[in-house]
Design a protein around this ligand. Structure first.
Ligand code: 13P
Ligand code: SF4
Length: 306
């Protein structure tokens, strides 16, 4: 009987499929992916792939973005329940009412949001291009930034812009423990702290480098340090260890000793669900064309500015 890896390989050929995967996926999934990336790189790849089927191992908003950018492709995800607490923190109707009360502001939304929120936004950004996109706007522009309040506060500080922030957050990044971080820094005094900007300021203030998953991975490879404390979802450590076998990467735990620094949504995807998705071409992302076109415009502005 074929093992799961050869079944995946055969199905991929039969379907002319490409497997895109985010760095927060289980190591097994990362190892079978054709393309790995942060949100920006995966969106960029979704535009240019010539595969007929995109099997997107990530969360719902990422797959939705691939569909918006590439409507003629079949976009499937292993588990339709793989959502995102940050995207869920901006419900459509509430968000609509809020932005309507600031008609003189433009709306910049982080890509971690639903297609409905994208459709109400002027420009989308990711953690790797947010600063550049904000700096491309006139200094006196009135700007709403949504949905992540932590990334928003970080960008306020970095760019000096007076951003109006939506009160959203990521359930994984907001509960990293500063107390555990200080303990780890004491235990590894030469370690550099690498953090994702979705973390609270109490974590970011200790960081030697703050950036997207890709930029954290690249920084770990280039730095002369040998030990790193990783303040993001620990899935990134798989790529870091593969590329730098002599370096040590220590995952930062969450508050109260809770082992919940793995994203529960990302981790719903499994190799078995990938096989089933390719066999049945489901769960599939579908979308009304009107919504797709409205959400495409701010995404295209982002890609043009990236
Ligand atoms: P990146 O774009 O940095 O990969 O971030 C995605 C994400 O969901 C972080 O929680
Ligand atoms: Fe969403 Fe946070 Fe998971 Fe990223 S880590 S997908 S922001 S819940």
């Amino acid at each position: 009987m074929d093992d799961i890896f050869s079944r995946l390989e055969n199905l991929k050929k039969e379907r002319n499929a490409v497997i895109l995967a985010h760095y927060y996926q289980d190591p097994d999934i990362q190892d079978v992916a054709d393309v790995m990336g942060d949100s920006l790189a995966l969106a960029q790849h979704a535009v240019k792939t010539d595969a007929d089927v995109i099997l997107f191992c990530g969360v719902h908003f990422m797959c939705e973005t691939a569909k918006i950018l590439n409507p003629r492709k079949t976009v499937i995800l292993p588990d339709m329940n793989a959502g995102c607490s940050l995207a869920d923190s901006a419900p459509k109707e509430e968000f609509k009412r809020w932005i309507e009360s600031y008609p003189d502001h433009i709306v910049i939304s982080y890509i971690n949001c639903s297609a409905d929120v994208k459709a109400m936004s002027d420009i989308i950004c990711t953690s790797s291009n947010a600063e550049k996109i904000l700096n491309s706007l006139p200094k006196d522009e009135k700007i709403i930034f949504a949905p992540d309040k932590y990334l928003g506060s970080f960008l306020k500080e970095k760019t000096g812009r007076n951003l109006l922030l939506w009160n959203g957050s990521c359930q994984v990044h907001e509960i990293f423990s500063e107390k555990e971080l200080v303990k780890l820094m004491t235990r590894h005094p030469l370690a550099e702290v690498l953090a994702h900007p979705e973390c609270d300021e109490n974590i970011l203030r200790h960081a030697h480098h703050i950036g997207s998953t890709t930029s954290i991975i690249n920084y770990g490879a280039k730095s002369n340090s040998n030990t790193f404390i990783i303040a993001t979802e620990p899935g990134v450590i798989h790529q870091m260890e593969k590329a730098n076998p002599r370096k040590t990467f220590v995952p930062l735990p969450s508050n109260d000793g809770c082992a919940c620094n793995e994203c529960p949504h990302m981790r719903l995807n499994t190799l078995e669900k990938m096989v089933s998705a390719l066999e049945n071409l489901t769960p599939e992302i579908t979308m009304e064309e009107e919504l797709r076109l409205k959400s495409l415009a701010p995404l295209e502005r982002m890609l043009a500015l990236s």
